[in-house]
Ligand binder design. Structure first.
Ligand code: NAD
Ligand code: UDP
Length: 353
């Protein structure tokens, strides 16, 4: 079975994707600096996986930074020594907070752009030309209307988005100007929420989180943190912002489909951009109402000013993912609310108790 390098594999999307890939029998080499995750996630995946007893030696973990070229070279060389040469890379590692990216623009550029370039260099040195990259729906221009197709115009207004756009351009140029074997898929995620149904894996909450779902959870457990709904005057059916929430396990399965797609020998050198969302929009109020109903819990909220830089409605056109990857999401908003809350209840402080 193929060996896949997962960068940022201890993180929210990386750990769920790793679970799905392990169940499919892939060998994984996970690397992570643990800057926004915990070794406990890795321990949990190892013990969950051991219980299945299928392929006990299929995960190895290295703590390190993707900007460190000698670290990356060692990871690739070790894998060869162990007889499992890395054939694919799924590149999650990076910094992801839009608001922090305004405060730490250089750091975001260094990790997300320079880190990716270092990774690509080491992949080339090791004749590994299959890459799946974590991109974002934040790239789409605010003037484009949903459902957003992959060929919609891009235009970014925040430093985080600029790093993702720069990497996409860099990767596209690789195809044109470099080794003919490169096969790259850039997956543009919409709004991943929810968690693994075991309650053991989820998004590690950090103080700087400003996404709606973890803030809903925190407003329940922390009486001092009232949920603010940013705007009730958007041009939407109930006045609140509409987004395309996708269960993180559906997103994880999308990566497996992408690996399987690259694995088809008929696919020639290519750079593909593919949306991963559900194709359905849900408003803030709808999400809150479903959360309350599913989890039988009350959420206190109040309306506040619109958040700077927000857009009214963002949801994906997911026909390309269905067509090329034969993938479509299966889980409902109800499951997202149930599983995400279960994780939060079991791990209010994330992996670190
Ligand atoms: P996450 O922060 O949970 O995971 C990222 C992981 O990368 C973390 O475990 C972190 O410790 C690690 N990391 C950070 N810098 C590193 C470095 N220099 N070297 C090695 N490891 C490093 O984030 P996530 O939600 O799992 O997101 C994964 C990817 O998907 C990111 O690239 C993010 O930009 C992208 N993405 C996320 C979302 C979202 O809403 N979660 C949406 C669109 C795109
Ligand atoms: N939102 C909100 N209150 C919050 C955080 C977010 O009302 O505390 C709204 C936000 O305006 C948007 C939606 O929830 O309409 C999703 O926001 P999030 O930051 O999770 O995702 P993004 O806007 O980056 O897609």
């Amino acid at each position: 079975m193929d060996t896949i390098l997962i960068t940022g594999g201890a993180g929210f999307i990386g750990i769920h994707t790793s679970l799905v890939l392990l169940n499919k029998g892939y060998k994984l080499v996970i690397i992570d600096s643990l800057i926004n995750s915990s070794y406990i996630a890795i321990n949990r995946i190892k013990s969950t996986y051991k219980k299945t007893n299928k392929y006990p030696n299929n995960i190895s973990f290295y703590k390190g930074d993707i900007r460190d070229i000698s670290f990356l070279r060692k990871v690739f060389k070790d894998s060869i020594k162990l007889g499992s040469e890395i054939n694919y890379v799924i590149h999650f590692a990076g910094l992801k907070s839009v608001s922090d990216s305004f405060l730490e623009e250089d750091k975001y550029w260094d990790v997300n752009v320079n880190g990716t370039k270092t990774l690509i260099k080491v992949m080339e040195e090791n004749n590994c030309f299959n890459l799946i990259f974590s991109s974002s729906a934040t790239l789409y221009s605010e003037y484009e209307t949903s459902p957003l197709r992959e060929n919609a115009k891009v235009n970014v207004n925040n430093p985080y988005g600029k790093t993702k756009l720069e990497v996409e351009k860099f990767l596209e140029n690789k195809i044109k100007s470099s080794h003919p074997n490169w096969k790259i898929i850039s997956l543009r995620y919409f709004n991943p929420i929810g968690a693994h149904s075991s309650g053991l894996f989820g998004e590690n909450p950090n103080n700087k989180i400003n996404n709606l779902f973890p803030l809903i959870c925190r407003s329940i457990t922390n009486a001092n943190e009232e949920l603010l709904i940013f705007g009730n005057d958007w041009p939407t059916h109930d006045g609140t912002g509409v987004r395309d929430y996708i269960h993180v396990m559906d997103l994880a399965e999308g990566h497996v489909s992408a690996v399987e797609f690259l694995n088809k020998k008929i696919i020639k050198s290519s750079f593909l951009v593919i949306n991963l969302g559900t194709g359905k929009g849900t408003s803030v109020l709808e999400l809150i109402n479903i959360f309350q109903k599913v989890n039988k819990i009350n959420i206190n909220y109040k309306f506040a000013e619109r958040r700077k830089g927000d857009k009214a409605i963002i949801f994906a056109d997911i026909r390309k993912a269905l067509e090329l990857l034969n993938w479509q999401p299966k889980r409902s908003i109800e499951e997202m609310c149930h599983d995400g809350w279960e994780w939060f209840l079991n791990n209010p402080f994330g992996y670190e108790k």
